[in-house]
Design a protein around this ligand. Structure first.
Ligand code: BES
Ligand code: ZN
Length: 456
């Protein structure tokens, strides 16, 4: 095995690897929107075909939702599993994109070249870093350094409804010594990271109905209850003036940060002013007396993701609407129980309803937070490998986002998840003009080659 030869091969193959990624990025695999079902299928087909070129025995596997892609390849040494997701977020608001989100291109920017497209960073570019590392390894050595299972999902961005049943039904097939997940970020652009803490997520949608139909606000205003006003009052009541969330029992299971962890995070010297400054802000808006890093990695949240009702089109309409709706998400930490919080939240909303109003709830995903054991020597080996590739030493970090599958690997399969990714804070994931730095892609591929060498 020659790591240097693999790294050289990666460097030489970068233009071709980029072309392959651009091909995948052209497929609009938006999982949450049924209009893109055939495209999700096409992305799965593309991946099956690509994995087959590596000699992986890969197949598209049907689920009640979008298909999974599962592939196996034999090799000497440990059995590793790789997880990534091929689905992407919706692109709206489309008018804020500088180009068609599914017409990817490599663009020169003052900070270096970037790959611009929906899914470039989340998660197609990231998942291809691993595939390309395997391709280079195979080309140089003829075989891979370990037995590998690929497990690629097409529903991650829409709450992974098929995942738990699929994992449970195929548990034997998906068991491995370690699950590598590439769906997270660097700590900073020079500092690679292994993410060891993720927040959980609870999604709730609700609609308040007042009058049986939309009304003229001159004829009925004042006399008739307005569901938008009711909804606004409920939403405003979800936080108190200090930023604490008021849902009863919400903080059950939220641990205080240990002194050890606090000291470790302080050692990371996170630039809070730049973090907020990059998005045009200057004041932390969450709970008082906590740093932004602490808020993002170790504190729970309640955010309003969308709110609608009444007339929002051009011009003006004096309507008193019949209905008002909102989508709310809670990020969870520690041992907060998503189902208990759902129950308490619904109870609180029902308790605030005035006469004549009714509420309907629709639950979205519900996953607990995850904190992963790093005592397995594989973690230090991987950390060293990452440190060899990047300018600065790799850090163990937390993550404000949620990747429910990481917890499922631990709980359903008994496999330790290891989260390594190369995204940057300014990648604009889930936003217009998403991009993945060419540096993330190139060094990401090289990083995986080094990690594979270190783990096998
Ligand atoms: N890749 C993200 C998770 C992530 C976000 C990692 C930010 C690092 C930084 C993932 O695809 C994602 O967006 N997950 C969703 C959860 C899902 C259940 C909808 C999220 O965190 O909102
Ligand atoms: Zn993702």
């Amino acid at each position: 095995m020659s790591l240097d030869a693999v790294l050289s091969r990666i460097d030489a193959d970068l233009p071709a690897a980029t072309d392959r990624l651009l091909e995948l990025l052209r497929i609009p695999s938006i999982s949450t929107d049924p209009a893109f079902k055939a495209d999700c299928d096409a992305a799965a087909d593309w991946l099956v075909a690509d994995l087959k070129t590596l000699g992986v025995d890969a197949a598209k596997r049907v689920t009640p939702g979008h298909p999974m892609v599962v592939g196996h390849i034999d090799g000497e040494g440990p059995h590793l599993l790789f997880y990534g997701h091929y689905d992407v977020q919706p692109v709206d608001p489309l008018d804020l994109w500088d180009r068609d989100p599914f017409d990817p291109e490599v663009q020169e920017t003052p900070k270096g070249p970037v790959i611009r497209a929906r899914g470039a960073a989340d998660d197609k570019g990231q998942l291809m870093t691993f595939v390309e590392a395997c391709r280079a390894w195979k080309a140089v050595n003829g075989t891979l350094p370990c037995k590998l299972t690929f497990f690629l999902e097409g529903e991650e961005e829409s709450g992974s409804p098929s995942l738990v049943p699929f994992m449970t039904e195929n548990a034997e097939e998906l068991k491995s010594d370690l699950a590598l997940i590439c769906d997270t970020g660097l700590f900073e652009s020079r500092v690679p990271a292994i993410t060891t803490m993720l927040r959980g997520l609870l999604g709730e949608e609700f609609t308040i109905t007042g009058p049986t139909r939309d009304l003229h606000s001159g004829m009925y205003g004042g006399a008739a209850i307005n569901p938008i006003r009711v909804l606004s009052r409920i939403i405003a009541a979800l936080h108190d003036e200090t930023g604490r969330i008021t849902v009863p029992g919400f903080y059950d299971g939220v641990p205080e940060l240990s002194d050890e962890m606090r000291a470790q995070w302080q050692g990371l010297a996170f630039d809070h002013a730049a973090f907020l400054g990059d998005v045009g802000l200057s004041h932390p808006a969450g709970e008082q007396d906590r740093t932004p890093l602490e808020m993002i990695w170790s504190r729970p949240t309640c955010e309003v993701n969308g709110i609608w009702g009444g007339y929002t089109g051009a011009g003006f309409k004096t309507v008193l609407p019949s209905k008002a709706s909102a989508k709310i998400s809670f990020r969870l930490v520690g041992t907060q129980d998503p189902l208990k919080i759902r129950e308490n939240f619904r109870e609180m909303v029902r308790g605030m309803l005035p006469p004549d109003c009714k509420v309907e709830f629709h639950g979205h995903g519900a996953s607990q937070a995850g904190a992963f054991d790093t005592t397995d020597p594989a973690f230090e080996q991987a950390r060293q490998a990452l440190s060899d590739e990047w300018p600065d030493t790799a850090a163990y970090i937390g993550c404000g986002g949620s990747i429910p599958i990481a917890g499922h690997f631990a709980n359903i399969l008994g496999t330790t998840p290891m989260l390594i990714g190369f995204g940057k804070d300014d990648d604009q994931i889930h936003s217009p003009n998403e991009k993945y730095d060419m540096e993330s892609f190139h060094k990401g591929i090289r990083s995986w080659a080094r990690v594979l060498a270190a783990l096998t």
